[in-house]
Design a protein around this ligand. Structure first.
Ligand code: ZN
Length: 135
């Protein structure tokens, strides 16, 4: 597939989802990061030119659609699940790097929650972070 076409596919798809869900977006970053400003229904991302960035954009959309959830690690987990489901729906396989990062990111959120006194971890989250990533 031609490189230009591949880039466009993700951008077009992303912009359509954002529009359908009334989400404002700004191509604000140049690296694989994102932020969601739930109150403003706005996300800051880098242009989703590839599937890894598209996946991150979906995660941020997940934050907006689901709204604020306590505890925070659960909000991160559910946004991540939203993104994973959407990728499956669009039949876009997650890269190995993205899968590993996904798991690592939720682990990090859980560690933070534990430091803040989390005693009992949600079972679904527990099995997600135990999920083996293939090499
Ligand atoms: Zn997040």
């Amino acid at each position: 597939m031609n490189e230009q076409k591949t880039e466009n596919k993700y951008i077009i798809l992303f912009e359509r989802i954002a529009q359908e869900n009334n989400i404002k977006y700004e191509y604000h970053f140049k690296s694989n990061v994102g932020r969601a400003i739930i109150k403003e229904r706005k996300i800051l991302i880098s242009k989703p030119i590839n599937r890894d960035r598209f996946f991150i954009a979906l995660h941020e959309i997940g934050h907006i659609i689901q709204g604020e959830i306590k505890p925070r690690y659960k909000e991160e987990y559910l946004s991540e699940q939203f993104a994973i489901c959407k990728m499956r729906e669009f039949k876009i396989p997650l890269s190995r790097k993205a899968r590993a990062r996904s798991k690592g990111f939720i682990k990090y959120s859980v560690r933070k929650a534990k430091r803040r006194g989390l005693k009992k971890l949600n079972n679904k989250v527990k099995s997600f972070i135990k999920w083996k990533t293939k090499h």
